[in-house]
Ligand binder design. Structure first.
Ligand code: SF4
Length: 104
């Protein structure tokens, strides 16, 4: 008689998250730069902490130290290093091993 469409199955949500795009995405590194502090040069100006508070903190001696390499993104890490009045923060490119800041 009538050719009705087959009933659709209930659209209960598939429980899988979207697939990742490509292998290239999953290979992305967390953080291109590594930062280190030359504590002997630190004068406690704290501009690094103000710019990248999830990467730098002042310790009990009021000297900067790195608390995480991926707390803030690379641009903020570099900006924090460039803000340091004594160039106490060294930025190294993880891929090339070259010093990005301060200029050599
Ligand atoms: S900006 Fe430089 S001098 Fe100031 S706290 Fe950070 S490392 Fe030390």
């Amino acid at each position: 008689m009538t050719s009705s469409q087959a009933p659709k199955p209930p659209q209960s949500a598939p429980q899988q998250p979207p697939q990742t795009l490509t292998g290239a995405v999953t290979e992305k590194k967390i953080g291109k730069y590594t930062v280190t502090v030359e504590r002997s040069k630190c004068i406690s100006a704290a501009s690094c902490v103000a710019i990248a508070p999830k990467v730098f903190e002042l310790d009990e001696e009021n000297l900067a130290r790195v608390i995480s390499q991926d707390g803030n993104d690379d641009e903020m890490k570099l900006l924090a290093a460039q803000s340091c009045p004594t160039a106490a923060i060294i930025v190294t490119d993880n891929e090339t091993g070259e010093q990005v800041w301060p200029p050599v």
